[in-house]
Ligand binder design. Structure first.
Ligand code: NAD
Ligand code: UDP
Length: 319
């Protein structure tokens, strides 16, 4: 297939491009570098099956030649307002990537009669009242809260994807991605994994926001990409959760990182740094992924973190 990947220069997009090329497909990457970096694609520059178009997906998209599949991953993804790359500091761009970007990429899929895959998120469940979250849960989202620019754009994107499927018969898929980590995360995007690993490598205390009792379930990037590839190759049109159901409090997570890095800097509780709308609990129910895709994560948190640390060390100039 010849596959368009938007958000190709980002963390997940770059891993996805690599995987698609390894499977023998041709890839057209698209990105405007608002939160991503050309460095993430540098190793693909000489690959004859990889092309790159610098473009903002909020504007009309033209891709010359055939397109067999469109994977829409372009969107800022970090909620942290202390980073310039956090979506609360890019509110209009985030809404445009999720709304206009989804409309334009669905338009490409329609024009080329291509299959389509939307990168949605566990954030569409908001601060969930149902636990763990099944795909049938409608969510608990504040439409004007601090995270709403991201959550509501993704909810709109899901609705538009289903509209194109139902009305135009487009062969669509929706993946609801839960917290994923690994090499090529932006060091300064403020998400918890880059923050904690860098603090630990510097011997500093880890900044736990709130009382650290909020939970997350962290999936290593290779597991996630495997699940997404299986979904792309499936015929499933309804949303599928992909994530690791191993749930951990943020405080336990900080202790784990300190142990794995050997950091003696400890932990500092930042009671007032917790972002408004920060979900208290998050864990995917992956029954559907197991049944439909025969997929489940295989990489433990400790193993995934150990695979991620060398990337951060290198980027920080520590080796
Ligand atoms: P990222 O910031 O590393 O990558 C996003 C990429 O999209 C960047 O390269 C950025 O420059 C690009 N982009 C943003 N707006 C654009 C626009 N208007 N036009 C063209 N390119 C644009 O983030 P990520 O973690 O790789 O997230 C990728 C996708 O996966 C996002 O859609 C995000 O919502 C979704 N997701 C990620 C996670 C996670 O844990 N990483 C969880 C849920 C959903
Ligand atoms: N968090 C934290 N310290 C940090 C960064 C984040 O305690 O330095 C917390 C944050 O409040 C949230 C969790 O870690 O409860 C995950 O945050 P992240 O920004 O990675 O993404 P989210 O899962 O909230 O979308």
């Amino acid at each position: 297939m010849r596959i368009l990947v938007t958000g190709a220069a980002g963390f997940l997009g770059s891993h996805l491009c690599e995987r698609l090329l390894n499977e023998g497909h041709s890839v057209v990457g698209m990105d405007n570098f608002i939160t991503g970096s050309p460095e993430n694609l540098a190793h693909l520059a000489n690959n004859p099956h990889f092309e790159f178009i610098r473009h903002d997906v909020a504007n009309f998209i033209f891709v010359p030649g055939k397109v067999d599949a469109v994977l829409h991953f372009a969107s800022p993804a970090s909620p942290n307002p202390s980073s310039p790359y956090g979506y609360t500091n890019l509110p209009i761009q985030t809404m445009k990537a999720g709304a206009l970007g989804t409309h334009n990429t669905l338009g490409v899929a329609r024009a080329h009669n291509a299959r389509y895959l939307l990168a949605s998120t566990s954030e569409i469940y908001g601060d969930p009242l149902e636990h763990p979250q099944k795909e049938t849960y409608w969510g608990h989202v504040d439409p004007i809260g601090i995270r709403s620019v991201y959550d509501e754009a993704k909810r709109f994107a899901e609705a538009l994807t289903m509209a194109y499927h139902r009305y135009h018969g487009i062969d669509t898929r929706i993946v609801r991605i839960f917290n994923t980590y690994g090499p090529r995360m932006r060091l300064d995007d403020g998400r918890v994994v880059p923050n904690f690993i860098q603090q630990a490598l510097r011997g500093e205390p880890l900044t736990v926001y709130g009382d650290g009792s909020q939970t997350r379930s962290f999936c290593y990037v290779d597991d996630l990409i495997e699940g997404i590839y299986r979904l792309l190759m499936s015929d499933e049109h309804l949303p599928v959760n992909i994530g690791n159901p191993a749930e951990i409090t943020i405080l336990e997570f900080a202790e784990t990182i300190n142990r794995l890095v050997g950091n003696k800097g400890g932990i500092i509780m930042k009671q007032h740094s917790r972002l408004g709308d920060d979900p208290q609990r998050r864990r995917p129910d992956i029954t559907r992924a197991k049944e439909i895709l025969k997929w489940q994560p295989t990489i433990s948190l400790e193993e995934g973190i150990m695979r991620t640390i060398p990337y951060f060390k290198k980027k920080m100039g520590l080796e």
